[in-house]
Design a protein around this ligand. Sequence first.
Ligand SMILES: Nc1ncnc2c1ncn2[C@@H]1O[C@H](COP(=O)(O)OP(=O)(O)OP(=O)(O)O)[C@@H](O)[C@H]1O
Ligand SMILES: [Mg+2]
Length: 266
Amino acid sequence: MIEKASMNEIMKESPSKEETSFSSFVVDVRNLAKRYGDFAAVNDLTLQVKKGEIFGFLGHNGAGKTTTINMLTTLLEPSSGSGKVAGYDIINESLEVRRRIGYLPENVQFYDSMTAYENLEYFAKLSGIKKPDSQIWEVLDFLDARSYADKKISALSKGMRQRIGIAQAIIHEPEILFLDEPTTGLDPFGVKQLRDIILRLNSQKGITIFMNTHLLQEVTKTCSTIGVLNHGSLIYLDSLSNTMKRFKDEGSLEDIYLNIENNEEE
Ligand SMILES: Nc1ncnc2c1ncn2[C@@H]1O[C@H](COP(=O)(O)OP(=O)(O)OP(=O)(O)O)[C@@H](O)[C@H]1O
Ligand SMILES: [Mg+2]
């Protein structure tokens, strides 16, 4: 198995140079596990993500990526372990966590017969924003989606719906945005647009990103740190720059990914 990089190493190489005090971790989980009977969907996960990072969480189908995000976003109670997201305990302070995070699930659910604006207004009010109008337009402008406002959700393409999904996830200005396989179903142009949005959310709004993905290319183009999950266990964690240095002879990140998986299974 390829040696798991030490936390110190990651901190050294992390692109953000701010001090590594405890509060600079937006995600800080220890020995997190989710078991279904004897089966461990996520096993002994210890992971820290620093403020300002774009974290790419790679793993095969069924590796436990969605289960992890569901625990971090407080939708699923861990079987054991502990963790803080945005400085609050994911088990005992779930409401505080929810106020500070955004989540774009793999299949975003909307009210199809309502317009994009009406959906955003509805969800913004649910999250406690009393007069969301100015925030809705600000977010739609940021995402270049003003023209979708009066369209019914049922009339929007996959890419457009997803942009409204991002609008919904960031309207309350979260500290961290969780994205579960955000590129699924998008064409190459849509993937590129999404990548630009993620980079701008990070650089202009200062939102830390936690992204589950299968697309290795996306990780090299978007992420500052990568983790690889294999059958519920974290088998690799390092900055992208370190990863590219460490595996420079292997040509592509795909080789790196497959190499990690093969080594783990030997
Ligand atoms: N409610 C459940 N009951 C039993 N097993 C479950 C449940 N939810 C998830 N699992 C199992 O946990 C494992 C991890 O699932 P998860 O959805 O987290 O994987 P994933 O990495 O997101 O996969 P994918 O890339 O296909 O989305 C899978 O084997 C899945 O079948
Ligand atoms: Mg999943």
